[in-house]
Design a protein around this ligand. Structure first.
Ligand SMILES: [Zn+2]
Length: 326
């Protein structure tokens, strides 16, 4: 477990205003501009949920305009940033920047462009620093067949990886979710193992792309929000798996299920039961593997709950050491 994750979450909850038009800029002390001070066209502001990010994290951005907005697009390092309109606000857009678990640390340009209802152009630009994530390394002993798969198993795992990639490549242009995101298991407030580098039977494996949530076999697994089921099948590594498309490039994945209670094409309401906790696939004990992909970036799903979750201010914690590893 790492306390660094918790610190990162707390930092992320601190909104940093990037003050964009010159008149206001003069009213703020220099430190409020920080080093990533963005610049916007007059009358437009860009705010980020944290002054910088780290590998595997999510940033919430907010664009506000003095005039009603018609359309707005976001781009971060050449990748689009899903933006949506909250409630009935004509002048605001929100968006998520997903920083992949293995994105090279550095500075990346965030650019927002768009048009007001009256035809005026708006744009904002900011530089977002990505720090190296500090992930633990763990050593595991697992069944030999998982470390040295047969040629057939390698083919199968490769095909499944490609299938998931194809799913995540597709961006549903509508926002299918509506409201807050939740942790998929009742009563669970934290998860573990996100980003851990693994050494399986002495061989380095790929980083752990989700969080492991504690749960006994048979515990109902709830959809984190409303969405459409795009995968519901047994995978070599993740076992019985369900993937839900929430729209705008946001997908959640639920792995190692003992039972799948949804099928491809199902429209799930927020919180609908899509399966039961289990220990299928490459696993050492029952738990839920919960993954999140935002515009193809693998990010910590607990941050989605923190950023778009309950408004009681209770952020998801990430420091449980009790979760079993897979
Ligand atoms: Zn896992």
């Amino acid at each position: 477990m790492s306390s660094q994750d918790g610190t990162a979450v707390r930092k992320r909850r601190m909104w940093l205003a990037l003050v964009c038009f010159a008149v206001s800029a003069a009213l703020f002390p220099a430190r409020a501009m920080a080093k990533e001070a963005g610049t916007c066209t007059p009358g437009t502001t860009l705010r980020l949920s944290a002054p910088e990010s780290s590998q595997g994290s999510l940033l919430l951005i907010e664009v506000k305009s003095a005039k009603p907005l018609a359309e707005v697009q976001g781009k971060w390092d050449g990748r689009s940033v899903p933006l949506w309109r909250d409630v009935a606000s004509q002048t605001q857009r929100k968006g998520l920047v997903g920083v992949d678990l293995e994105k090279a640390p550095g500075e990346y340009e965030l650019k927002v462009t768009g048009q007001t209802a009256s035809g005026g152009k708006i744009s904002c630009m900011a530089r977002v620093t990505v720090r190296k994530g500090r992930f633990a390394t763990e050593k595991l002993q697992v069944g030999k067949q998982f470390v040295e798969p047969s040629p057939e198993q390698i083919t199968r795992a490769d095909e499944e990886r490609q299938k998931l990639r194809d799913i995540f490549d597709h961006v549903t242009p509508e926002r299918l979710w509506d409201g807050k995101f939740r942790i998929p298991l009742d009563g669970v407030t934290s998860g573990s193992n996100f980003g851990r580098r693994r050494i399986l039977n002495g061989n380095p494996g790929s980083p752990h792309g989700g969080v492991d949530l504690p749960g006994a076999t048979g515990t109902p697994v709830h959809a984190a929000q409303r969405g459409r089921v795009v995968l519901a099948e047994e995978l070599f590594f993740a076992g019985n798996t369900v993937v839900v498309d929430h729209g705008l490039g946001i997908y959640t994945l639920y792995g190692h299920l003992s039972e799948i209670d949804a099928k491809v094409g199902d429209a799930l309401e927020a919180g609908a039961v899509l399966g039961k906790v289990g220990a299928t696939g490459r696993v050492t004990g029952p738990h839920l593997h919960w993954g999140l992909t935002v515009e193809k970036a693998r990010v910590n799903p607990l941050q989605l709950v923190t950023l778009l979750g309950n408004s009681s201010g209770k952020a998801a914690r990430q420091k449980s050491s009790k979760t079993r590893k897979n």
